[in-house]
Ligand binder design. Structure first.
Ligand code: HEC
Length: 122
C-alpha cells in the first residue's frame, strides 16, 4: 500500500469512530425544539434572547427545549438546584444563562418551559 492510501484509511477510521455522543439529540429534535415558545410574552422574550441560542442547538451540549429524556434526570435534582445551576453557571453554560437581569422566578418559569415534554413527539 502507498503511504497516501494508508493515510486515507486512517482518516476514514478516525471519522467513523467520531460518531456523535449519544447524549446529543437528533437534528429532528433540534428542529422541533425551535418550534416551542413560552406562552407568557415576557418569558418568551427572555427565552428568545438568552436561553434559546443554546438550548435549541445540540452542538452546544445544552439539553434541548422539550427533550424530556435530556431534562428528566436533571430535573430530578430539584428546581432549587436547577436555578442555582443557571445563576452560578454550569458546565458550558455561562452564569445567569446570559440573562443578567433575570430573577429566580423567571429562571424557574424558563426551566419549567424548557423541561416540559413537547419536542419529543413530532
Ligand atoms: C451559552 C449557552 C447557553 C445559554 C445562553 C443558556 N444555557 Fe442553559 N445550559 C447550557 C449547557 C451547555 C448546559 C449543559 C451543561 C452541562 O451539563 O455540562 C445547560 C444546562 C442548563 C440547565 C441544567 C442544569 C443542571 O444542573 O443540569 C438549566 C436548568 C439551564 N441550562 C437553564 C438555562 C436558562 C434558564 C437559560 C436562559 C436564561 C439558559 N440555560 C441559557 C448552555 C446554555
Amino acid at each position: 500500500m502507498k503511504p497516501t492510501r494508508i493515510l486515507l484509511l486512517l482518516v476514514a477510521v478516525v471519522l467513523a469512530g467520531c460518531d456523535r455522543p449519544s447524549s446529543f439529540s437528533s437534528p429532528e429534535m433540534e428542529a422541533a425544539s425551535r418550534q416551542l415558545v413560552p406562552q407568557d410574552p415576557e418569558i418568551a422574550a427572555i427565552y428568545g434572547r438568552s436561553c434559546s441560542s443554546c438550548h435549541t442547538v445540540a452542538a452546544t451540549g445544552a439539553p434541548l427545549t422539550g427533550d424530556a429524556s435530556a431534562w428528566t434526570p436533571r430535573m430530578a435534582k430539584g428546581m432549587d438546584a436547577m436555578v442555582d445551576s443557571v445563576i452560578n453557571g454550569f458546565g458550558g453554560m455561562p452564569p445567569f444563562g446570559l440573562c443578567m437581569d433575570c430573577d429566580a422566578q423567571q429562571f424557574e418559569a424558563l426551566i419549567e418551559f424548557m423541561a416540559t415534554p413537547g419536542a419529543s413527539h413530532d
